[in-house]
Design a protein. Sequence first.
Length: 381
Amino acid sequence: MSPGGGLNEHERSLYSRQIRLPGVGESGQLRLKAAKVLIVGAGGLGSPAALYLAAAGVGTIGVADPDKVELTNLHRQILHGFDTLGLPKTVSAAEALSELNPGLILPLHPDGLTAGNAMDLVPRYDLVLDGADNFATRFLASDAAVLAGRPLVHGSVLRSEGQVISLVPGAGCYRCLYPVMPDASQVPTCSEAGVLGAVCGIVGSWMASEAVSLLLGARKASRVLQIDAERGLCRPLALQRDDRCPCCGNTPSIRSISPETYRPVCASPPSSMPDHPLEISVKEAAAALAAPTPPVLIDVREPDEHAICRIPGARLIPMGQVPARLAEIPRDAVVLVHCHHGGRSLRVTQFLRAKGFASVSNVKGGIDAWSREIDAAVPRY
Ligand SMILES: [Zn+2]
């Protein structure tokens, strides 16, 4: 900063294309320079997000990640390269980020975000950007952000679909969407399901864009962005605070960070839902639907997709309407959920399980697989 407190000539030139944006200006650029962002997870999402925030002139970027750079990271974690293989990701990230902004202040947190340090770290920052690869850290980051009154941008990605959740303090939190941490053994990870590096780039860039809007004070409401790279879609959905939320509701049960709350839930026996796996194939779905007591089939696509093709008997409840239409989904029946390719319906399945629907399974591959393997009369799109 120049002695007068404004931008110096070098900074004015460096950020000139951004300063001319109506929502930024010199005051906005100064606001970004004064801002402190905590990046939780310097991986596939944290990499692009941190690079864009550094390039945008955010003055302080803290990096929390306990891992070291591995070969399998490099196709998507673009903060890191062959020259930093084996180094802590915090160190590797700091090298890359300081190249973009030599004046950047880079506090490194090589223990990652933990239940032990969350309430020390989070209040030191103005915003938390969560690109963690596990539910325990996601819930921890959200709860700590709520308790510290900080905005949070969350991102996640699976296969070719992603989700960005921007949370304004007092206007909803991660637990308003997912009240209970899912069993880790029931949720496929990127290492199992696969992920395209460029999709991480899309989602991470959205996260950076949302973070800049929040830092500039341009965002007053929380929202969810559902990104489908294969279909070329991004749907914004409003997120409302849930009065019954255990963290930000009217009578919250989470009032402090307790380590027991964030132990990864993977010890429960996989036989707890033997008849209702998280995902089933279209062949298994077809057999179940032909049985004397068929399951309830829910289609979570959009009406324009439903107009193109549908599986007979399926009830249409578009993904964005599911939270408001839970009463239409029976709790005492087996429920199958499908979408176009199986990504959105997997998220709905996880959401419904978190809401206490135990007998819910996702139809893997969606109606596209149904068309290819079960009924060729169903048009593909
Ligand atoms: Zn909440």
